[in-house]
Unconditional design. Structure first.
Ligand code: ATP
Length: 299
């Protein structure tokens, strides 16, 4: 009986892990409690690449049948490139990342990775290729070690510490009396916004995905922390195909291209310099945001 019990127990563990990871992602995207039935097609193949080109081709999407959210959205993120999405609140920026992660399927057009519709790939392999650093990281009620290692549960102890160092959180963790065993989450030590983001960065470094989705925090971190986190984020975007929902001027300027969205449409698309020269919506946004930042306010 014991021989039978151990594997069953292990299966239970795996099941809980998968369930936890899914609900964590769903919470990150703020779409918990929503009924979605995304299933693999019968002949789905695993995505297996270190170099991913992403294309949105005439994508249309509606959460509810009578309210179209995205209209004819087309853009490409070349392998290793960074595209920053900017736009008004409710423009559909986060919806792009939810569709890429396949929490929902597009209702028109298609999204491809390396030329193939993402609906042709197994969901598991697709999601393994995408790392997400959300605005507000959800921590498990567990140790800091677990919260980082969760990025890749089979990582070695040294790799977990290495990821923490890369995210500049190792020294902070070591300064705590219980170090990596410190319990965090709702019932444990409350981490600050910046510390939570660093845990998310460490998780992502450990996962080492070829595709990144970064949702920059709008809430104000102090300037030094913000600058440091920017630098860490910038480092991890190197050589990865990255979609950033951007709120910071520095991120936008450093991106290869900027996508300007308004009410579910791409209204402008180009490099920061080209968009400024075009003297359109982006140039006006930039002038306003720049003035606001000069006064010390957030974008
Ligand atoms: P913000 O900058 O404020 O986060 P956003 O550009 O990321 O905004 P989205 O979150 O993509 O905007 O939302 C686009 C639109 O879709 C909004 O009008 C929103 O109300 C709607 N929406 C988002 N999620 C859902 C949902 N689960 N069900 C129905 N409508 C939704």
């Amino acid at each position: 009986l014991t021989q039978l019990y151990a594997p069953l127990n292990f299966l239970g563990f795996i099941y809980r892990e998968i369930k936890n990871s899914l609900s964590d992602m769903e919470r990150m995207f703020g779409i918990l409690d929503q009924n979605q039935e995304i299933e693999d097609v019968p002949q789905a193949t695993p995505l297996d690449t270190r170099s991913a080109e992403i294309r949105f081709e005439h994508v249309g999407f509606a959460y509810e049948p009578d309210r179209q959210i995205l209209h004819d959205v087309s853009f490409t993120i070349g392998a290793g490139e960074t595209v920053a999405v900017v736009g008004t609140s409710g423009a559909g920026k986060s919806t792009l990342s939810r569709l890429l992660f396949r929490f929902y399927d597009v209702t028109e057009g298609r999204i491809t990775i390396n030329g193939h519709d993402i609906r042709q790939y197994t969901q598991l392999s697709l999601r393994q290729h995408i790392g997400i650093v959300p605005q507000d990281t959800v921590l498990f009620n567990a140790s800091i070690y677990y919260n980082i290692a969760y990025g890749r549960p089979d990582a070695s102890h040294e790799e977990v510490l290495e990821a923490a160092r890369a995210a500049s959180i190792h020294d902070f963790v070591m300064s705590l009396p219980e170090g990596y065993d410190t319990q965090v989450g709702e019932r444990g030590l409350k981490l600050s916004g910046g510390e939570k983001q660093r845990v998310a960065i460490a998780r992502t470094v450990l996962k080492n995905p070829p595709i990144l989705v970064l949702d920059e925090a709008t809430s104000a971190l102090d300037t030094r922390t913000e600058r440091a986190i920017q630098d860490e984020l910038y480092k991890i975007t190197k050589d990865r195909t990255t979609l950033i929902i951007a709120h910071r001027l520095s991120t936008i300027v450093d991106a290869d291209r900027v996508l300007v969205m308004d009410q579910g449409r791409v209204v402008e698309h180009g490099s920061h310099t080209a968009l400024l020269q075009a003297n359109g919506v982006y140039a006006r946004m930039w002038a306003m945001q720049f003035a606001a930042t000069e006064e010390g306010t957030d974008v």
